[in-house]
Structures are given as structure tokens and as C-alpha cells.
Design a protein around this ligand. Structure first.
Ligand SMILES: Cc1cc2nc3c(=O)[nH]c(=O)nc-3n(C[C@H](O)[C@H](O)[C@H](O)COP(=O)(O)OP(=O)(O)OC[C@H]3O[C@@H](n4cnc5c(N)ncnc54)[C@H](O)[C@@H]3O)c2cc1C
Length: 386
């Protein structure tokens, strides 16, 4: 299926089975879920198929496959053209699970990671706040040490899966101990947690996005993920995987958009011939294909570097920035090629156009990616990996 050297026959087989499953279980419902958000049963369905733990160790119920398998899933979700579904899944598997797996205790892994990989419980990630997004260090949610417990107060903003999650990986600061930032694994059923109304948004409408408030929420010290005071470092590490997943989603989405636009351009006639035969449309399709190919090669080579352990934050920022920008431009072109039809929901193109725009904001904005790339220029690989 794919002729790129990072993919093996096993990846191709995985891709075919993921594509089949998504075509049956997700594609028929994407427009309906734009109105209702997607149901929790999607997690269970993907969990049963082993897709929520592709790169996770077998001992926790994962498939123990390499990082490229996650890229295959992200691309295939992109081809389904519901970034809301992809975002809900990705927050669960690529954003909330990795810090638990990498830094969590065995108790946290058995209690939360194992059922999450099965799709029985749902996770979310709480970094952003009303007063702090790009500037993660400015968060104000506090976790005050009180005997053997922590008491959490504050609020989190734009939290995907926030309305449905069973637990949150929560970034807090410890104001009294001088420890800095601490990452906590917090059950969402605890008293003092309020899930505010769903936020209405331009894209990703199949996902739920919430404001969460924490009012003197008490957790034991065993809720700390990794070491107290290391939370900022842990979360900066987590963002790398999240960004590559977003970039891979964009490759799949752009591929779907080009196929869709080409099909339409061959069928739609204007001035006596298919619009695909007008040079302006052909050139636009050529530009789209070029953008996609460049993004694809960049994402694949970045994934390869991740597998080799040679990938720096600057490499990932380049892939994320380029792939998300390209997909956004390709969606705009696909809409243009569709004319009025592109503005109608039944074609799916306007959904992609709305969805893909949000990718240039979530998981680090364009401007933050440029800052990271700027800092990486002139540094050695080892310095950039820190
Ligand atoms: C649909 C959606 C889902 C999300 N899901 C989650 C989630 O599950 N969990 C979570 O924690 N967060 C989530 N987020 C939040 C997301 O990570 C933030 O929106 C993003 O990091 C940007 O932060 P902000 O919105 O506060 O913008 P701000 O940081 O306020 O930025 C506003 C503008 O200023 C620019 N800017 C900021 N700093 C600089 C600088 N130094 N130099 C130049 N320009 C700068 C930005 O690039 C941007 O253009 C989600 C966001 C969206 C849209």
C-alpha cells in the first residue's frame, strides 16, 4: 500500500484493517456526530480491536508495535475526515497515556492505563487554562501539599474529552514547596470537580471540549505522575508525540481532500468540459499534490528519526507546522474546486476546512512552532533533544 521505507508489510496489513474498521464503525456516522459528539462506545470498539495501545507494551494490554503503527492510525483517521473523532482518540492515546506509561507508578498503570488501552475508561489532559495556553509556565492551578495529600484548586480550559473522561492527567503548580510544577493523575469522579458546559467551536465538533473547575479537590500523594516538581519537563516531553500525531492526521486528511477534489473536478462540467480540464484547476490540483507530498516525506522522515532516537523538538515542530499549514491550504483549495458544493455539509469538504484550521492552534500554535524551530537552529541534535 505504501512504498515508503518506514512501512513494512505488517504496517500495510494494519492499515488495511484500520481502514476497514473505520469505514464500518466511524465513517457512516461522522456527520451525525458533528451534532451530537461521538459516543463513548467508539473507545470500546477501537480498544477491542487493539488500536488504543498499538505502541504500548504488551504487559499493559498493548500491541507492543513501533511508533510507526501510531502514525498509520493517525493517517487513517485523517482519511475518515472527522478531526473531532481523531482528537478524542488522540488525546486519550497520544497525550494522556504517554506520561502515565513513561513516568507513572505501577499502581497508576494497572488502575488507569490498562483499562484505558481496552477502551473501558477514557482519559483527558489538562494543561491549558483561561489565562495560560502557549505560555504553559503561567498556569495557576495549584496543588498544595496537606499532610499525605494534595489539595487542587483552579480551572482548566479547552479540555478535549473533558465532559466524558474518567480521569485527567493534570498539570499543576506547587506554590508552597518550591517544587515548581507537578503532574497528577486525578479521577474525575472526585468531589470538587465541576465539568462546565460543552464549548461550541468552529471545528472538531464531534469531540467534546470543556472548561473544568477544581475546588479544593483532595488526592493522595500517590496521584503524582513521576516526581513532584518534574511536571513541566514531563509535559514538554509529552507534547512531542502529540505534535507528530497531529501532523500525521493532516497527511491522511490532505490525501482524502485531494482524492475528493479530483473526483469532483472530473465530474463537474463548466464551459463545455470537466473543470479538471481547465488549466487553472489542474494547476491547483498540482499545487495540492506537491504540498501533500512534501508534508508526507517530512512526517515520515521525522517519524523515522523518532524511531532512531535522533529526533529533536525542532524537527517535530517543523513537521507539525508544515503538515498542518499544508493541510489547511489544501482544504481551502478543495473547497474552491467544489464551488458552492464545497460550502454544503454533505460533501464533507467544509468540515475538513473548519477542522484543519484548528490544527494550527492546538498542540502548539504556528507561532510557538516557529519559536521552537528558531531556537533549534544552530543547536546540536543532543541540545535540541533536551
Ligand atoms: C479544539 C481544541 C482542543 C484543545 N484541547 C486541549 C486539551 O485537551 N488540553 C489542553 O490542555 N489544551 C487543549 N487545547 C488548548 C490549546 O493547546 C491552546 O489553545 C493552544 O496551546 C494556544 O493557547 P491559547 O488558546 O491560550 O492561545 P494564546 O497562548 O493566548 O495565544 C494567542 C495568540 O498569541 C500567540 N502567541 C502566544 N505567545 C506567543 C509568542 N511568544 N510569540 C508569538 N506569538 C505568541 C499565539 O501563537 C496565538 O496566535 C485545545 C484547543 C483547541 C482549539
Amino acid at each position: 500500500m505504501s512504498d515508503h521505507p518506514i512501512f513494512t508489510a505488517d504496517h500495510d496489513a494494519l492499515r488495511a484493517s484500520v481502514r476497514g474498521l473505520l469505514a464500518r464503525e466511524v465513517t457512516p456516522y461522522v456527520e451525525e456526530w458533528e451534532q451530537t459528539t461521538f459516543p463513548d462506545t467508539v473507545f470500546r470498539c477501537l480498544g477491542d480491536a487493539g488500536l488504543l495501545g498499538l505502541g504500548k507494551p504488551v504487559e499493559y494490554g498493548g500491541q507492543g508495535i513501533d511508533t510507526v503503527s501510531g502514525l498509520v492510525l493517525a493517517e487513517e483517521l485523517g482519511r475518515v475526515n472527522s478531526a473531532g473523532v481523531a482528537m478524542g482518540i488522540s488525546v486519550h492515546t497520544d497525550m494522556a497515556m504517554p506520561p502515565i506509561l513513561a513516568f507513572g507508578s505501577e499502581q497508576q498503570k494497572s488502575e488507569w492505563l490498562v483499562p484505558a488501552i481496552r477502551g473501558e475508561t477514557i482519559l483527558c489532559l489538562g494543561i491549558s487554562e483561561p489565562e495560560a495556553g502557549s505560555d504553559v509556565a503561567a498556569i495557576r492551578t495549584t496543588a498544595r501539599r496537606d499532610g499525605d495529600d494534595y489539595v487542587i484548586s483552579g480551572s482548566k480550559m479547552f479540555i478535549t474529552n473533558g465532559l466524558r473522561a474518567h480521569a485527567i492527567v493534570l498539570l499543576t503548580r506547587e506554590p508552597d514547596t518550591g517544587h515548581g510544577y507537578t503532574l497528577l493523575l486525578v479521577p474525575m469522579s472526585l468531589s470538587g470537580i465541576t465539568r462546565e458546559r460543552p464549548l461550541s467551536k468552529v471545528g472538531l465538533r464531534a469531540s467534546d471540549t470543556a472548561v473544568l473547575t477544581f475546588d479544593a479537590v483532595r488526592v493522595p500523594a500517590s496521584a503524582v505522575i513521576g516526581s513532584a516538581g518534574e511536571g513541566f519537563k514531563h509535559i514538554m516531553w509529552e507534547l512531542q508525540g502529540e505534535r507528530l500525531t497531529a501532523a500525521a492526521y493532516c497527511v491522511g486528511a490532505a490525501e482524502w481532500l485531494i482524492e475528493t477534489a479530483l473526483r469532483y473536478a472530473r465530474e463537474r462540467r463548466a464551459f463545455g468540459k470537466p473543470i479538471a480540464e481547465h488549466q487553472a484547476i489542474r494547476h491547483r490540483l498540482a499545487e495540492m499534490a506537491m504540498e501533500l507530498e512534501a508534508a508526507r516525506q517530512l512526517v515520515y522522515s521525522t517519524a523515522w528519526k523518532v524511531g532512531q532516537g535522533t529526533c529533536g523538538a525542532g524537527d517535530i515542530a517543523i513537521a507539525k507546522l508544515f503538515a498542518t499549514r499544508s493541510a489547511s491550504t489544501i482544504a481551502d483549495s478543495a473547497m474552491q474546486i467544489h464551488g458552492g458544493a464545497g460550502c454544503m455539509t454533505e460533501y464533507g469538504v467544509e468540515r475538513a476546512w473548519r477542522d484543519l484550521r484548528t490544527f494550527r492552534i492546538g498542540a502548539g500554535t504556528d507561532e510557538i512552532m516557529l519559536d521552537i524551530i528558531g531556537r533549534a537552529i544552530g543547536r546540536t541534535k543532543t541540545e535540541d533533544q533536551r
